[in-house]
Design a protein around this ligand. Sequence first.
Ligand code: C5P
Length: 218
Amino acid sequence: QAAPVVAIDGPSASGKGTVAARVAAALGFAYLDSGALYRLTALAAQRAGVDWADEERVAAIAAALDVEFLENEIRLDGQLVGDAIRTEAMSAGASKVAALPAVREALLFRQRAFNTKPGLVGDGRDMGSVIFPHAPLKVFLTASAEVRAERRYKQLIEKGLSANLTDLLLDLQQRDERDSQRSVAPLRQERDAKLLDTTGLTIEQAVDQVLVWSREAL
Ligand code: C5P
């Protein structure tokens, strides 16, 4: 019997990664950053000189990914990836390869394999709709596009990277559009998902709300 899953889906830079990781820590559950798998696929394809639109070859790369999730790091082909998957270029690449059905198929069972005891918090776009449809708690975590662009901007500046707020907002909107309009596993709020709008919330408030719901649902 599978262990309980908290499925957290939502658009880019909504804060779901941070919230999901903290909820997982509070519950003592494992944490799946599913977006990282699409980012790693995009990175591995780029390193292999494979075009992000080449569905067959990108899917083969996704199926064969040699990846290891550590506490706060990820190893790809035995090497730490660091921020190489967090660049804006890899954000765009991830959302492109994620639109290919064969790539999603290739990553399906890899994601389900994270569902071990005592439980899992998964964050992504299709945790509640496709990967863990029987999750006892599904959260759709969002925030206004402006607030999300500002959060991403602050993150990049804090890392000492350069950033332009207008460009970030435009990128986010394009990515939202691509993620919501694609034919496979589009981003949308499931009927049985609880809506958490974090526009006016702190991370702590968002985490607390998910934990309240977890106590009710698990
Ligand atoms: O969550 P993150 O921004 O890291 O995800 C990167 C991209 O991967 C998203 O823009 C989306 O296109 C894709 N993705 C997805 N399904 C998931 C997680 C991420 O399609 N479950």
